[in-house]
Design a binder for this molecule. Structure first.
Ligand code: ATP
Ligand code: MG
Length: 572
């Protein structure tokens, strides 16, 4: 491609809307443009990189034996009704109406569609295992679309769905996808690692997310130094904090005045009660019912663990008014001692055996001391609700745990039979019995992956594309663009020869200053630039400048071979 025949609108400054480096670079390098929040147009160079990521994904899915299909993005709501997700996924579902005012949804994912297909098409175990995938646009009504392609309302996902008759083969299907994901991200030049993930409401057997370490990531990953343990913080466990020794005998709970105490800290600073001696009481509403959550004062609630324990997607913190109506006090003075109402109480495991504790008295400005959790509070369920903290010891390896922010680029999930039962994807097994297929689902955010590559590969001048996904692998920069000049003749020849060898090459034939050409090529981040100028040519030299390496000088005749050599050596 000649630069003057394409459209790469680079920008000197980053637009104010862009907060993170990859978003800034996507815009500045002329790869995408924003239509409005969460909606982006891919420009020619950006689309080339996107297609390359898609192609890597496609090749590895095909290699793993998955079959490519293409499903409708527009879906009838009744299949969502059947799976129960019309309600549980309501936060992300886009609804549209047709001319007869009938309701439709835009697919945020395709379990319902693929399972309906399988229900109608497959009837025997002999047709299994099977895995269908597609690369397609998804729609999600995200509360906070941000960071460009990272969290968009419309984005491209690769989604695959496996159907098996037995658990063992379903695990093998899962493993094939898990391994394929490792290869996909490596081929995209991304450092991504798998972590154990929350199975949440989907209630599946197991799940891993593929994470790209990045400070701007929206996830937190808990891991041990040896790499033997890594989990999303939503799911991570540890040996816990140090337990405080229970008191031998704890006198009766006693109310004391705590005017204007609103927080755990207030109670520590003004009444000398350590956070670990306090019971924090939170009020949530899950499936329309109140539930009280008790945590140690120095711990934070991990909401995903609550959702997972309650098997409930729709829950929220109660408002101050709701809390007051329920308990007769506002947050800051809440507790669960002697509650005479029928409210479910969940307590975090760390509180087991705790005594001599302080908690709110459900009377504004009052707390209770000498609380013995077993004696004074009726706990319905003990569970893991707390967020793991840095430095706690790993349950598996005993090592101190670390926490790192990361971007989720992919997700593999063993689903079980939830969807196949709900939507009738059953087949006859060997004994002639009709059984639901065991399913797995596997997603990769294709557009998010593309941006994650940039988030991980850049320098102060621009993007450092891996050769596998760069919009062009080589940029031939002609510093004299007069078609009859020696410089341009050589540049065109090298460009043609590289193109004939299957290299993705662009010829910068713009009549602009060399400085602009160099800056743009650094910004867009072509892995290799071949600079041809009058002066160096007179000295018999062509400049080969790898984006992230030292310049190599070579003679005009060697240039193509040297460039091919470099590309081969830097193949990702
Ligand atoms: P997140 O937790 O980031 O909202 P998710 O867990 O809901 O994502 P999945 O349903 O697992 O997402 O979707 C599969 C993949 O699709 C994700 O791993 C991610 O890479 C990508 N993805 C999900 N939501 C978005 C979005 N709004 N914009 C871009 N990519 C997305
Ligand atoms: Mg996910």
């Amino acid at each position: 491609m000649r630069w003057t025949n394409t459209f790469i609108p680079t920008m000197k400054e980053s637009p104010a809307e862009a907060e993170i480096v990859s978003h800034k670079l996507l815009l500045r390098a002329g790869l995408v443009r924003k239509l409005t929040g969460g909606l982006y147009t891919f420009l020619p160079a950006g689309l080339r990189a996107l297609k390359k990521v898609e192609q890597i994904v496609r090749e590895e899915m095909d290699r793993a034996g998955a079959l490519e299909v293409l499903m409708p993005a527009l879906q009838p709501p009744d299949i969502w009704e059947k799976s129960g997700r019309l309600e549980s996924a309501q936060d992300v579902l886009f609804h549209v109406k047709d001319r007869s005012k009938k309701d439709w949804v835009l697919g945020p994912t395709h379990e319902e569609v693929i399972t309906t297909l399988v229900a109608g098409e497959l009837n025997s175990y002999k047709q299994l295992p099977v895995n269908f995938y597609q690369i397609q646009t998804k729609f999600r009504d995200e509360i906070r679309p941000r960071f460009g392609l990272m969290r968009a309302k419309e984005f491209i996902m690769k989604d695959a769905y496996s159907f098996d008759i037995e658990d063992e083969s379903s695990n093998a299907s899962y493993k094939r996808m898990y391994d394929a994901y490792g290869r996909i991200f490596a081929r995209c030049g991304l450092r991504a690692f798998p972590v154990e993930a929350d199975t949440g409401v989907m209630g599946g057997a197991h799940s891993h997310e593929f994470m790209v370490p990045a400070e701007t990531g929206e996830n937190e990953v808990v891991y041990s130094e040896s790499g033997d343990y890594a989990a999303n913080i939503e799911k991570a466990t540890s040996q816990g904090p140090l337990k405080i020794t229970p008191q031998e005998s704890c006198s009766a709970a006693e109310k004391f005045e705590t005017p204007n105490v609103k927080t755990i800290d207030d109670l520590t600073t003004r009444f000398d009660v350590l956070p670990e001696q306090q019971i924090k009481t939170l009020v949530y509403i899950a499936d329309g019912k109140f539930v009280l959550l008790l945590l140690r004062g120095d711990d934070l609630l991990e909401e995903a663990k609550l959702g997972s324990f309650l098997k409930c997607a729709l829950f929220r913190a109660a408002t101050d008014i709701e809390i007051y109506e329920l308990l007769g006090a506002y947050p800051g003075s809440l507790g669960a001692v002697d509650i005479n109402k029928d409210i479910r109480i969940l307590a975090d495991n760390v509180l087991k055996g705790a005594s001599g504790m302080v908690t709110g008295a459900n009377d504004d400005g009052f707390h209770l001391k000498n609380v013995d959790i077993k004696r004074d509070i009726h706990i319905d369920d003990w569970c893991d609700l707390r967020k793991v903290k840095t430095g706690e010891l790993c349950l598996k390896t005993g090592e101190p745990l670390k926490i790192q922010r990361a971007i989720e680029v992919g997700h593999v999930f063993k689903l079980g039979t939830k969807y196949s039962e709900a939507l009738g994807a059953k087949v006859l097994d060997e004994r002639g019995k009709n059984v639901p297929c065991i399913m797995g689902c596997y997603g990769i955010g294709v557009t998010r992956t593309l941006q994650a590559v940039i988030e991980q590969c850049f320098d102060e001048n621009g993007i450092n594309w891996p050769t596998s996904v760069a919009p062009y692998q080589v940029c031939v920069t002609a510093l004299d663009v007069d078609e009859d000049s020696e410089v341009m003749k050589l540049a065109s020849r090298i460009y043609d020869e590289l193109g004939a060898k299957g290299v993705d090459v662009i010829l910068d034939d713009r009549p602009v200053r060399p400085g602009i050409k160099f800056k743009d090529s650094e910004l867009i981040g072509f892995p290799l630039r071949i600079g041809i100028g009058k002066r160096s040519l007179e000295n018999g030299n062509v400049e080969l400048k790898p984006k992230s390496d030292e310049m190599i000088l070579c003679s005009p005749n060697e240039t193509v071979d040297k460039a091919l050599e470099w590309l081969e050596a830097n193949r990702v």
